[in-house]
Design a protein around this ligand. Structure first.
Ligand code: NDP
Ligand code: 8X3
Length: 252
């Protein structure tokens, strides 16, 4: 019997991360689930333990110290991480550059960019020493095209795009795969977080169209993880049929 691969997923408590955890659990991955909501981590662990081995780590990716402490607390038998899915992230606010909230900017840059870097920096040395591994970074259509009132979210995802390209270059000598996934509109808690709990405004984002689901993106992530050893899916944009670009959307 082949050994399960170990996948560490950040942002596993909701949306794309949670759907990916569920799918990988059914496809021969052991899981390290990360997020800030301990209750959600525990209920997902409880559910998925019927399918695979699961451990959880509760930390905020913004804290360099916590990231280090939590990732270093992983016990020996879980340390050989094969797959890192850098998914934790959100948009905070949708406001013009001249009047946006500075705390929203800090959140997006600290979580989406610096958090991804902190987590990667802890995991990569072991992958480099064993010359094996796969990093999947969640970018966005917003990485490719800026849109009105989204400049800093778009910039944070453009930074992820650039970091991903750089990672692929730096890790090329070590045979480590690096994949960027850039979804368009996916209905998750994303808009609820962006609009600070305003459900009506969040729901209106997806009105009159069929958005992608978190499962659609999980399917794509699994596909990238199951390609033959010599194949790397480097950069993928996935849109719902109704969406032609970051801003062009057909609604009924
Ligand atoms: P959700 O809001 O549903 O999930 C976000 C996840 O990130 C949660 O599990 C949350 O967990 C975690 N997270 C947020 N902040 C932190 C933090 N400071 N520390 C640790 N974990 C954190 O959104 P999605 O599933 O939609 O988003 C996942 C990724 O996909 C993000 O990077 C997003 O930018 C990207 N994306 C989403 C799109 C969409 O339309 N939904 C489109 C393109 C890209 P917790 O709160 O427990 O910490
Ligand atoms: C999330 C998709 O278009 O709201 O990254 O920026 S979008």
């Amino acid at each position: 019997m082949t050994k399960n691969r170990i996948a560490l997923i950040t942002g596993a408590t909701s949306g794309i991360g949670e759907a990916t955890a569920r799918l990988l659990a059914k496809n021969n991955f052991s899981l390290i689930l990360c997020g800030r909501r301990e209750d959600k981590l525990q209920s997902l662990k409880h559910e998925l333990t019927a399918l695979t081995s699961v451990i959880t780590l509760c930390f905020d990716v913004r804290s360099k110290e916590d990231v280090k402490k939590q990732l270093n607390s992983i016990i020996e038998e879980w340390r050989e991480i094969d797959v890192l899915i850098n998914n934790a992230g959100n948009a905070h606010g949708l406001d013009p550059i001249q009047s946006a909230n500075l705390d929203d900017w800090d959140a997006m840059i600290d979580i989406n960019v610096k958090g991804l870097l902190y987590v990667s920096r802890e995991i990569l040395p072991a992958m480099v020493s064993k010359k094996k591994g796969h990093i999947v970074n969640l970018g966005s259509i917003a990485a490719k095209q800026a849109y009105a009132n989204g400049s800093v979210y778009c910039a944070s995802k453009a930074a992820v795009d650039s970091i991903t390209e750089g990672m692929r270059i730096d890790l090329n000598p070590y045979g480590i795969k690096v994949t960027s996934i850039h979804p368009g509109m996916v209905e998750t808690e994303f808009s609820l977080v962006r609009f600070k709990g305003d459900k009506e405004r969040a729901d209106s984002v997806y009105k009159g169209l069929t958005p992608l689901s978190a499962n659609d993106i999980a399917d794509v992530i699994l596909y990238t993880l199951n390609c033959p050893p010599h194949v790397v899916i480097a950069d993928l944009v996935i849109l719902p049929l109704a969406q032609a670009s970051a801003t062009v959307v057909k609604r009924s």
